[in-house]
Design a protein around this ligand. Sequence first.
Ligand code: HEM
Length: 512
Amino acid sequence: MAITTLLTWLPPPLTLVMYGVLALGAILAIHILSQLIVPQDPKQPPVVFSWFPLIGNAVLFGINPIAFLQTCQKKYGDTFTFTMVGKRVTVCLGADGNQFVFNSKQNLSSAAGAYNHMTKHVFGSEIIFDAPHSVFMEQKRFIKSGLNTDCFRRHVPMIVKETEDFFRNYAKPSGLMEVYSAFGKLIILTASSCLMGKEIRANLDDTVADLYYDLDQGFKPINFIFPNLPLPSYRRRDYARNKMAALYSSIIQRRRNENDNSESDILQALMDSTYKDGHALPDNHIAGMMIAVLFGGQHTSSTTSAWTILELAARPDLLKALRQEQIDKLGSLKTDLTFENIKDLPLLEAVIRETLRLHPPIFQMMRRVMVDKVVYEKAGLEVPKGNYLCAAPGVTQVDPTYFDEPLKYNPYRWIEKTDPVHQMEQGDDANIDYGFGAVGISSKSPFLPFGAGRHRCIGEQFGYLQLKTIIATFIRMFDFELEDGKAVPKSDYSSLVVVPEHPSNIHFTFRE
Ligand code: HEM
């Protein structure tokens, strides 16, 4: 009996359900068969198999993106395309993949095309990805001008003080500390006093913290897929953005009215900057850039400091060596930390670098193809318009091609320099200036926790300074180890940066 005849015998609601099930089955069958039967274009990267149309590989990617990409790499090689809720993402792994993604010309593949639909709601319009590219590069230069040696010199004692004051709350003989939340709170304090301005720091306990929280809710993976939904969290995000902008405007006005230009923060640097055409930065540009700086440095530094403490908690030998380094180089654990003497602590620097290798906060970076196709010559492939290009330092930095025993936390690799990465030839693009100063590192590197090329991080120096100062101070104040019988927590990929799984506890003993 034909299926249609069977359907006519069923009561109407069931008929509808049956039609639905049949239609769904047919769609699934077509989706699966088309992947198995229809030959793929050999000029394009291989496409990762998926069971479901539209959703594609989103579920496996969402559970553990690094494991998913590594499995695909084994099966398809360094370049492949997967589907994530209707978006086609072409992943380019290895040092060559990094170079291809980070060095691509702005008119061919664009970061704004990948991110602006989400970031403009948090940062605001006409700035960062919402500005013409050349203006964005100018804006990066303005922010960078507030991150100079004179400012750093003033920042170190400020960070020491914030760290000591904050951790005095834990001045009991011993106890448990949830490090991700503790360091998240500390970083917002240090970043506020050094970068945001004393006025924001003073308001941190009440208004600003709430505004920041609501804005932060606009920076979740869901916002990447659905940038605007009629939901309360989206409305609170927009309200918080406007309030934050108004708060900055009032601070700018007060500083101008009182001729107060004594601060060494980024706010002052932006107030003192002018665009190439001679215009001063309007208040809404300054406010938006300040919000972008806050977001650029907050989760990245919080998670890096937390991972560093967790890794050290598992390695008493390293903790001992770090203290000994301070005694050898600075004279004692009581010598004041300064911008100059903190540069003289190579093991401390290597510890941060190793954390950024094993736990890069931003494990993947995207660009969107804006022209009919971009050609990836080294791979002999073409990537079509609309695809996202994805570089994934989170995968390449644990690739045994470049790092010996890549999953081992071994800061000494950065001092001994015996890994294959140190024997590699680098590209010659480190000296290119895209408008905010030379980028300083070649994009043909497997180790890029701060990205490369025109979108390279401008907060790297401040990030290292802040992290080194905080870790150096923390190990003076506390002995610590992991909770009994526990290992370093696994990675949690549910937010836009990779954080330790909750709870990420250490057991501490106060030393003073
Ligand atoms: C860009 C990582 C701290 C501001 C980036 C990028 C990465 C990164 C990977 C490149 C994104 C891409 O190519 O799509 C980090 C890490 C940090 C850190 C790991 C700390 C451990 C900071 C700080 C600031 C900052 C403290 C602010 C002072 C920026 C800005 C960009 C950027 C303005 C430029 C975005 C672009 O041009 O598209 N950062 N960052 N970052 N970061 Fe950072």
